[in-house]
Design a protein around this ligand. Sequence first.
Ligand SMILES: [Zn+2]
Length: 171
Amino acid sequence: MTTTHTSDLEHQTTPREEDAPVFEEGFTPLSQMTVLKKNGRYVAVAKKNIKPGELIEKCGFVVLPYKSNEPDSRSKLLANFLPVLPCSCDACKIVGPSLVVPSGNLIFVQYHNTPNTEIKFDTSNAIIELRAATAIHKEDELFINYAGLYPKTELEQEEMFKVTDEFNAQL
Ligand SMILES: [Zn+2]
């Protein structure tokens, strides 16, 4: 009786294996951009001269439980300024890929149809890399276009903007 009790107690106080911290190689968040206020809203500009292909920002991201082309207009509104997780499965071709929130300054990079940056996802490690698409000078504003992240089908960026404009008109 006593033996069983002691054994139970031992079992409870022995740290379980998953409680021990296991450190693996991660990454250091990096940002070569700074945020300025332009015409009353925040925009991202380069902190230094950046060569084509050079890393501008490395940050984490969280996936939202919303798809960019859900019937809910709020999802389409969010899709105007948030990146999406690239995916071309059949479901994503219809309801759109999942919206993601980047943890870095990427959130301040404005949309442009001729962007000077490129976004790359490392989905297995939940990391975003933003690289220069062209030569960028110190204090140049940074621009992005998320269209390339969408499945190459009827879901075109232009369509999304059209829907959102209608939505905005209702407000
Ligand atoms: Zn998908």
